[in-house]
Design a binder for this molecule. Structure first.
Ligand SMILES: *[C@@H]1O[C@H](CO)[C@@H](O)[C@H](O)[C@H]1NC(C)=O
Ligand SMILES: *[C@@H]1O[C@H](CO)[C@@H](O)[C@H](O)[C@H]1NC(C)=O
Ligand SMILES: *[C@@H]1O[C@H](CO)[C@@H](O)[C@H](O)[C@H]1NC(C)=O
Ligand SMILES: *[C@@H]1O[C@H](CO)[C@@H](O)[C@H](O)[C@H]1NC(C)=O
Ligand SMILES: *[C@@H]1O[C@H](CO)[C@@H](O)[C@H](O)[C@H]1NC(C)=O
Ligand SMILES: *[C@@H]1O[C@H](CO)[C@@H](O)[C@H](O)[C@H]1NC(C)=O
Length: 480
């Protein structure tokens, strides 16, 4: 009796286990992003603030001979800068702490050439401190740019001395201002600059030691890469992967490789698109913000091509972001929100070439979540997923198709096409990545939308899509 009871209990446990066993998730396709890279990717729009000596001298590149007494913004208010960042929907703001002219916006103990020698706040100010405090109270994460090229410091050109100086400055910035989420290194250098070998590996490892959840940006990562241009335009093909060994920071000729990425790349180093809202990086009285249509084009060419957009907004010599620029940022965010607030695929029935198992249903592309996705079974003949819109919706026109890959398990899609009502190809392309946005030449209506996909390595790794959406962009050509 006791024994049969035990057997019954065991059988019950066994049955329960079988009933709840679910289909496993597919293996990742290496390389894959780290947690901090994934967090960065989801930010989509972040903000750059170029401010410093050039703001007062009306230049883009200072020569390092500037008198610190020129730095004197009468009404610097970093919380107003954060209003600009928030207006654009940015969750991270990167400050230029030192540009090529070598003037430091924080009172570095390692040089006299800093805010300490300026009349601003009677020499007791610290822009980095005010920036970090304002960002934190606005719920915005902090990033820092420290120019390697330094035209002021006499140690520049002396390999050991300057590298020691630079690492010591990194230490000041990464230990004195709380958590830093991104650090920016560039390879910019004038033609007549002194010969100087930067010890990037020592710099990067120091950064890693001092900040545990930071992304390091440079031409060559290790976490984020430059996209290869400064106009906010990623490659039409854009892989998050490259071979880091093929890149020398600052080298001419790497732009195309950075712009497109490498489908065979062994390092996950996704691109960030840096571009200014104005013509220059620094504020100049004679320049104004780009029009909305241009900013939207930049958005489609960056965020819509698997990148994060790092949009620069330069505070002026008063120490404030021009209200006209903030108004433009609001207009930009309102436009992006208006385009994507309504998903004209909502309520569709989703079917697919195949489904790996119940947790990976085709309908996962419609649930608005990043962490659920459609996964098909492996096929040699490509893959497809189809949305059948409710009859009442079939006449609702759209001119934007949004496709998102679940890149947490690697970037896979190498080619894709979008069909409406069977035969008509309305969009096609190569990579998808975190987000691919297609703007159609004209709004189209239709009952079914089918996305056909092929993946790298001959299709051996099925595509994993977390979203397919349809939208109407009223700002697109032919709509206004
Ligand atoms: C710069 O320095 C490197 C290594 O110190 C050396 O190999 C190179 O020839 C130098 N270039 C010039 C232009 O002096
Ligand atoms: C962006 O810049 C690259 C190189 O700097 C250039 O080839 C390309 O035409 C530019 N694109 C746009 C849209 O201005
Ligand atoms: C990147 O590295 C992989 C693995 O070594 C290699 O197969 C591929 O050809 C490399 N890419 C380029 C462009 O050389
Ligand atoms: C504005 O003035 C600055 C400094 O004089 C100059 O470098 C820049 O090219 C000018 N911008 C335009 C759009 O003319
Ligand atoms: C800077 O922008 C603020 C805010 O729009 C404005 O009040 C101020 O006059 C501007 N300063 C300059 C020098 O244009
Ligand atoms: C893909 O799109 C391009 C540009 O819109 C077009 O020229 C080409 O014909 C399309 N290819 C297919 C197979 O539809």
């Amino acid at each position: 009796m006791a024994m049969s009871c035990a057997l019954a209990a065991a059988a019950l446990i066994f049955t329960t286990a079988a009933a709840t066993a679910t289909t496993t998730a597919p293996l990742p396709m290496l390389p894959i992003p780290t947690a901090t890279q994934l967090k960065w990717q989801r930010r989509e729009v972040i903000m750059f603030f170029h401010f410093g000596m050039n703001t007062f001298t009306d230049r883009e590149w200072g020569d390092g001979g500037e008198d610190p007494s020129l730095f004197d913004p009468p009404s610097l208010d970093a919380s107003q800068w954060m209003t600009a960042a928030a207006a654009a929907g940015a969750s991270l703001a990167v400050l230029v702490a030192k540009h090529h002219d070598g003037f430091c916006l924080w009172p570095s103990s390692l040089t006299r050439h800093s805010v300490r020698a300026s009349p601003w706040r009677a020499g007791r100010g610290d822009v980095v401190r005010e920036f970090a405090a304002a960002a934190r109270s606005a719920g915005i994460d902090v990033g820092i740019y420290l120019s390697p090229w330094d035209r002021h410091d006499r140690r520049y050109g002396l390999e050991v001395e300057y590298n020691e100086y630079y690492v010591s400055q990194l230490r000041e910035l990464l230990t004195g201002y709380g958590s830093v989420s991104e650090i920016w290194f560039d390879g910019a250098k004038g033609k007549n600059a002194k010969n100087m070998t930067y010890h990037f590996e020592e710099w990067f490892q120091t950064v890693r030691q001092l900040q545990s959840s930071i992304n390091i940006f440079s031409d060559d990562g290790p976490d984020l890469r430059w996209v290869g241009d400064e106009n906010g335009s990623a490659g039409y093909t854009c892989w998050s992967t490259i071979n880091r060994s093929m890149i020398t920071i600052g080298q001419v000729g790497i732009e195309k490789y950075l712009n497109l990425g490498d489908p065979k790349g062994t390092d996950w180093v996704p691109p960030e698109c840096d571009v200014s809202i104005r013509q220059g990086w620094f504020w100049h009285k004679n320049e104004t913000a780009k029009p909305l249509a241009k900013l939207l084009e930049i958005y489609y060419n960056s965020v819509g091509r698997n990148c994060v957009l790092l949009l620069n907004v330069p505070p002026n010599s008063t120490g404030l972001v021009d209200e006209a620029d903030i108004a433009r940022l609001r207009e930009f965010r309102a436009a992006v929100d208006a385009i994507f607030a309504t998903d004209l695929a909502a309520g569709s029935a989703a079917t697919a070439c195949s489904v790996r198992g119940e947790p990976f249903a085709a309908a996962n592309v419609l649930d608005g979540r990043d962490d659920t996705y459609w996964a098909p079974k492996t096929s040699k003949n490509g893959y497809w997923i189809e949305l059948r819109r409710p009859a009442a919706m079939a006449g609702e026109k759209f001119n934007v198709v949004r496709i998102e890959e679940h890149v947490a398990l690697g970037q896979r899609v190498e080619r894709h096409k979008v069909f409406v009502d069977g035969a008509v190809v309305v969009a096609n392309g190569t990579t998808v990545g975190h987000k691919r946005l297609h703007r159609l030449a004209h709004p189209v209506a239709g009952e079914t939308v089918r996305v056909w996909l092929a993946t790298r390595r001959g299709g051996g790794a099925p595509p994993l899509l977390s979203a397919v959406g349809l939208h109407l962009d009223p700002f697109a050509a032919g709509m206004m």
